[in-house]
Write a protein that binds this ligand. Structure first.
Ligand SMILES: [Zn+2]
Length: 374
């Protein structure tokens, strides 16, 4: 007997049906148009070895648009916390539904997904472990708890009183490459690498890998538990005093209070079919003259030059995407002159290790520019 479930942390699938002896059908659970593509489900085979086809359909509530353009180059298959790319001959991904063919061994359970999950619980454990093992150079902190009561922890290191760098990911919770990237940055900046040791004398760094824990656990493409998009933090009202989502307000209050020298925000790049292929990532910038102080404007331009010339963020767009007025990045720049680095790691091709390496590179180049622009 074969069964499919998505009832676990970061699991995403609904309306699972067996439609033939060797064929299942399921739908992804989306949030809104263009944010309805992520799936992650377990297939359990309690019988003899068999071959199974799984049809993965878009969320009928939002249509195929956001699903088809982000059909992955990679379907990951794994068990426990380890995944590998499924051979491409086993994935038909040029139209809906996505078809995944699986060879199942006797009594085997496999997890199938289009984004290597970075579960909240594992990230909390990772941060606690860093604070334990490297307690001489870093500490845990929290910005509060989510709507559903989950802690939002981060790791802090470096020299207090030096320029602050606040790093966060997971606004769009299933853009897991961002969270993996942040874990890489946390590991790097608390490590004994000479570059990291030197940086800890020059800056203070705070890394929050999962700013939307409820979204992570519930596998939300765009929203927090309240149904708000943390990236478009100010919703329909860019002039509002506070962002909409509870977790956005926690982050915003910290930014307002501490006024870091740099805010680094990592998302995932999921538009490969239209405009990106490995190794391309993506990035966004604020283009209006929002920085009133000429020195801040010049620093921001230098950071944009860094992204353009020294990273893979350009993608096949050949240019940066643009932050709208309702984003936190825009409002931080306009109201407080805080520059941001907003980078998107290619979700189609990066797992934890690739994401970490790429995020660390972006972080190092951005901090280099920051320190040499003062
Ligand atoms: Zn995003």
């Amino acid at each position: 007997m074969i069964s499919i479930t998505a009832d676990f942390e970061c699991g995403n699938a609904k309306n699972v049906q067996q439609i033939a002896i060797d064929r299942f059908r399921l739908e992804v659970v989306g949030d809104k148009a263009s944010y309805s593509y992520y799936f992650c489900f377990d297939v359990r085979n309690d019988g003899p070895p068999t071959v199974l086809t799984v049809e993965v359909w878009p969320d009928p509530d939002f249509g195929p648009e956001g699903f088809v353009v982000t059909l992955p180059t990679t379907v990951w298959i794994g068990s426990g916390d380890r995944f590998k790319p499924l051979d491409r001959s086993r994935v038909r991904n040029f139209e809906e539904p996505l078809l995944v063919r699986l060879n199942l061994r006797e009594n085997e359970t496999v997890r199938v997904t289009n984004a290597w999950p970075a579960p909240y619980s594992g990230t909390c454990e990772f941060l606690r472990n860093l604070a334990d093992v490297r307690g001489d150079r870093c500490e845990l902190f929290t910005i509060g708890t989510s709507v559903q009561g989950r802690d939002i922890p981060g790791i802090r290191t470096g020299a207090s009183g030096k320029p602050g760098i606040l790093c966060g990911a997971g606004q769009h919770a299933v853009e897991f490459t961002g969270t993996w990237g942040m874990r890489g940055i946390a590991d790097f900046i608390t490590s004994l690498l000479p570059d990291a040791v030197a940086l800890r004398e020059q800056v203070q760094v705070e890394v929050i890998p999962v700013v939307n824990p409820d979204g992570n656990v519930m596998a939300r493409n765009a929203f927090n538990a309240e149904g708000f998009d943390m990236y478009r933090a100010f919703g329909e009202d860019p002039d509002s005093e506070h962002p909409e989502a509870h977790e956005s307000r926690l982050l915003w209050n910290k930014l307002v209070e501490e006024q870091p020298a740099l805010w680094m925000n990592i998302h995932a790049f999921v538009g490969w079919r239209n405009n990106g292929e490995y190794p391309y990532d993506g990035w966004y910038e604020v283009v209006d003259p929002v920085f009133r102080d000429p020195g801040r404007a010049r620093l921001y331009q230098a950071l944009c030059d860094t992204m353009r010339l020294e990273t893979d963020g350009m993608s096949t767009h050949g240019r940066a995407n643009v932050h709208r007025e309702n984003t936190m990045c825009y409002q931080m720049a306009r109201r407080f002159g805080i520059p941001s680095v907003f980078y998107e790691l290619n979700a189609a091709t990066a797992g934890p290790y690739g994401s970490a390496k790429r995020a660390i590179h972006v972080f190092k180049r951005a901090v280099h520019t920051l320190l040499n622009s003062f």
